[in-house]
Design a protein around this ligand. Structure first.
Ligand code: 3PG
Ligand code: MG
Length: 399
């Protein structure tokens, strides 16, 4: 790979230099309290930030949070993230209340060697996500003025052609941070020559979100296990009735076609947990997939499915898992996700968890993160990497 790394930059010496770090601090927030509900993405960038602090750089961190519409929106402020980042670094993080305005300029100017600043949410500025090159470029100019060098450690955002990801590295000496390097190293094992059997587990709600990755993976994998909300569109494609379960009607034909072409690689649930309503306390039962009552909806895969999927996973040498098997946030519908996660940890395989939701599930179900070989911080980014797409953030580092 022709990408310069953080170690190359450190070898040049960064003491007293301003280093602009693009991080992905897009953490989930509790809907009621606004508190950070999973700080995995903050912890993931600590190795890069710690190395820069240690080397005496003036570290200027920038990130997006959520999807504000190009203007300040307090519910998406990075303020709480600055607090948590400071706790984890063991030193205060100087928070700028804007991204490229007066506060940002003075915060960066006042940094001492080895100190860290965090700029307010990049997406409070229309230029960050603009499709217009000139508008993006003008914003990138302002950001680039805060650094003498640029480090991309925002793996979760490398699939976005955004100013901070794509245009800033064209304006500054640029390197990949530790997290980006590790992610690319791991995911390239899956696209390269994975040890077989290579088994992929896909869940989550929508087939349409996963279609491209299913297409790309079918020729490569030995088995593709499908659960989560998206399995009902596949079951429908097999001619089964799915009650009031999640169904993408316009994808049924596509799923039928995928099943026909899959050469038996696709495995679907044989039983599901059906409920009266989408609610934690809804009455529920396990039924065979050919016996889903017309008035009930499936919210998890059943125990026979977990057993069947687990048997396949136990033979695997390489596993990639993206997307929960059911509504794991509700204890009544968490057994499928937990069962599959446990089967993955028990297998004697190289295991990678991709995607915000499955990573959050691992932590929410209190599974041991170290039982997996790698938990990716990228959802869309890891899927697009596996699809073999060119990722703008990686391409920008290669130049
Ligand atoms: C993510 O959460 O997938 C990344 O932070 C990218 O966010 P986005 O999908 O809003 O671009
Ligand atoms: Mg996303």
């Amino acid at each position: 790979m022709s990408i310069r790394t953080l170690d190359d930059l450190l070898a040049e010496g960064v003491s007293g230099r301003r280093v602009l770090v693009r991080a992905d601090l897009n953490v989930p927030l509790d809907k009621q309290t606004g508190a950070i509900s999973d700080d995995g993405r903050i912890r993931a960038v600590l190795p890069t930030l710690g190395a820069l602090v240690e080397a005496g750089a003036k570290v200027v961190v920038c990130s997006h949070l959520g999807r504000p519409k190009g203007a300040p929106d307090p519910q998406f402020s990075l303020g709480p993230v600055a607090g948590r980042l400071g706790e984890l670094l063991g030193a205060p993080v100087h928070f700028a209340s804007d991204t490229v305005g007066d506060s940002a300029r003075s915060t960066v100017a006042d940094l001492a060697d080895g100190q860290v600043a965090l700029l307010e949410n990049l997406r409070f500025n229309a230029g960050e996500t603009s499709k217009d090159e000139a508008e993006r470029g003008a914003f990138a100019d302002q950001l680039a003025a805060f650094g003498d060098a640029y480090v991309d450690d925002a793996f979760g955002a490398v699939h976005r052609k955004h100013a901070s990801v794509f245009d800033v590295p064209a304006r500054l000496p640029h390197v990949a941070g530790r997290l980006v390097l590790r992610e690319v190293e791991v995911l390239s094992k899956l696209t390269g020559d994975p040890e077989r059997p290579y088994v992929v587990v896909l869940g989550g709600s929508k087939v349409s979100d996963k279609l491209a990755v299913i297409e790309a993976l079918l020729p490569t994998v030995d088995r593709l296990l499908i659960g989560g909300g998206m399995c009902f569109t596949f079951l429908k494609a097999q001619g089964l009735e799915v009650g009031t379960s999640l169904l993408e009607k316009d994808m049924v034909e596509t799923c039928r076609n995928l099943l026909e072409r899959s050469g038996g690689k696709i495995m679907l649930p044989v039983d599901v947990v059906v409920a009266d309503a989408f609610a934690p306390d809804a009455a529920h039962d396990t039924v065979r997939v050919d016996g889903i009552p017309s008035h009930r909806l499936g919210l998890d895969v059943g125990p026979e499915t977990v057993a069947g999927f687990s048997a396949t996973l136990s033979q695997a040498k390489t596993i990639f898992w993206n997307g929960p098997m059911g509504v794991f946030e509700m204890p009544a519908f968490a057994a499928g996700t937990r069962g599959i996660a446990e089967a993955i940890t028990k297998a004697d395989a190289f295991s990678v968890v991709g995607g915000g939701d499955s990573a959050a599930a691992v932590r929410a179900l209190r599974l041991d993160e170290t039982d997996f070989n790698h938990i990716s911080t990228g959802g869309g980014a890891s899927l697009e990497y596996l699809e073999g797409k060119t990722l703008p953030g990686i391409a920008a580092l290669e130049n």
